[in-house]
Design a binder for this molecule. Structure first.
Ligand SMILES: Nc1ncnc2c1ncn2[C@@H]1O[C@H](COP(=O)(O)OP(=O)(O)OP(=O)(O)O)[C@@H](O)[C@H]1O
Ligand SMILES: [Mg+2]
Length: 391
């Protein structure tokens, strides 16, 4: 008993002058550091007594609101006068929300300074409750985020410009492919056809003795001519799949997959699920689907060591879903672009073009477990669909 009273006495003793002085110095130094930090970070803090509406502002807060300290701390109503109409409503709501729920919250506000200049603040509101859960005090911080907001706006503008540019590039790339296909077709195809006729006439005109003598060379020349004609036709199809214009996406993919199978010996198959009407896709999306299959199959031939690759087109709500899945070696996505390897552009371009078209792109792969690319492209709204070319 005696001991605890002595303890209480020790606790309650008044501070010596030296101790009080040391404490004051420590307090002053903390206050100085806090003020300097607020100044550097452009952060101010405040307190609000819920019932009296009286506030306490830190010195930095006066600076953030461009308010002379000689005017004193505003009450809550005067403080609300600093906000633009839209922010005013949201600020009131945020205060009431903090009071009603007892939970902290944060909001961005537009502030109009006395000079008319507009700034952006990020305000955090922290409610303090009594033993009965009633909020009696609020405190919080205010940070000037004008520069950050401005940078964000500029970043979004750049992004939008980049998107426009990418869209434009896709259009230009497709146009150039078409022009190249037309030029190649116009210059080479008629000449090759004429050569074939000339060659046949020449073969006919040869005396039988010479004919027999040069037969192996004639066979070689005929094979070369046929191979060149087929090669140019294939290049033209890759550059501009005419079947896409005439027959639509299904037939164009069928034709391409058949060519791919013959060229690579891979077991490539395509399936269009019943009820999938690719006419509901915009022309640009159909061309995109074709390019995606081209790149996915090329990847499969280049990298997958696959035995089979399967392509599937199906309707999925208001989207058309395209899947290209192979049973090859797969790969570790996280190791793409590692030091020492030159990353390709195929996958990145695929994803970008799909997202630009408002679609979704997904890639599933694992070493030893094949690769699957799934793309969902939005169908045209009903009314627009009926105005698109029917194929
Ligand atoms: N089907 C696949 N099977 C196995 N690995 C694949 C497959 N598809 C892509 N890869 C791996 O992913 C990498 C990136 O593919 P991407 O198409 O982006 O580039 P690339 O084919 O190497 O070059 P580019 O397409 O620019 O000519 C490939 O180098 C390969 O390692
Ligand atoms: Mg590739």
């Amino acid at each position: 008993m005696k001991r605890s009273r002595a303890k209480a006495k020790r606790k309650a003793r008044t501070l010596t002058t030296r101790e009080a002085k040391a404490l004051r110095i420590a307090l002053d130094s903390t206050a100085f550091r806090l003020e300097a930090t607020q100044d550097l970070a452009r952060v101010g803090d405040w307190e609000l007594d819920r019932h009296s509406g009286r506030m306490r502002w830190s010195r930095q807060l006066f600076r953030l609101f461009d308010r002379p300290e000689s005017l004193g701390v505003p009450d809550i109503n005067e403080a609300l006068g600093y906000f633009g109409p839209a922010s005013l409503e949201r600020t009131r709501d945020a205060f009431w929300q903090a009071i009603d729920t007892g939970k902290r919250c944060a909001l961005e506000q537009e502030v109009i300074l006395p000079s008319g200049q507009r700034r952006h603040h990020l305000t955090a509101i922290v409610p303090v409750s009594d033993d009965h859960g009633q909020v009696y005090r609020l405190y919080g911080t205010v940070q000037d985020i004008t520069e950050r907001r401005q940078l964000e706006v500029e970043r979004l503008e750049h992004l939008a410009r980049l998107e426009t540019l990418s869209r434009h590039l896709v259009v230009i790339e497709e146009r150039e492919r078409r022009e190249l296909a037309s030029a190649l077709h116009d210059r080479a195809s008629p000449n090759l056809a004429a050569l074939r006729i000339l060659f046949a006439n020449l073969v006919q005109a040869l005396p039988p003795a010479v004919h027999a003598e040069v037969q192996p060379m004639l066979d070689d020349a005929a094979a070369l001519l046929a191979d060149t004609t087929a090669g140019i036709r294939e290049i033209c199809t890759n550059l501009r799949p005419a079947t896409l214009d005439y027959g639509g996406l299904g037939p164009a993919l069928n034709e391409y997959v058949t060519q791919f199978r013959q060229r690579t010996g891979l077991d490539a198959t395509i399936e269009v699920a019943p009820g999938t009407d690719t006419r509901t896709l915009a022309l640009a999306s159909k061309t995109l689907c074709f390019r995606l299959v081209q790149e996915a199959l090329t990847n499969c031939a280049k990298h997958a060591h696959a035995g089979a690759v399967h392509i599937r087109l199906e309707r999925e709500g208001d989207h058309i879903r395209l899947t290209v899945a192979d049973d090859g070696v797969g790969f570790d996505l996280s190791r793409l672009g590692e030091a020492g390897s030159t990353p390709g552009l195929g996958l990145i371009t695929m994803r970008e073009r799909v997202e630009l078209a408002g679609g979704r792109f997904r890639l599933r792969t694992r070493p030893g477990d094949g690769t699957e690319i799934t793309v969902a492209l939005p169908c045209l709204p009903q009314t627009t669909a009926s105005q698109e070319p029917t194929k």
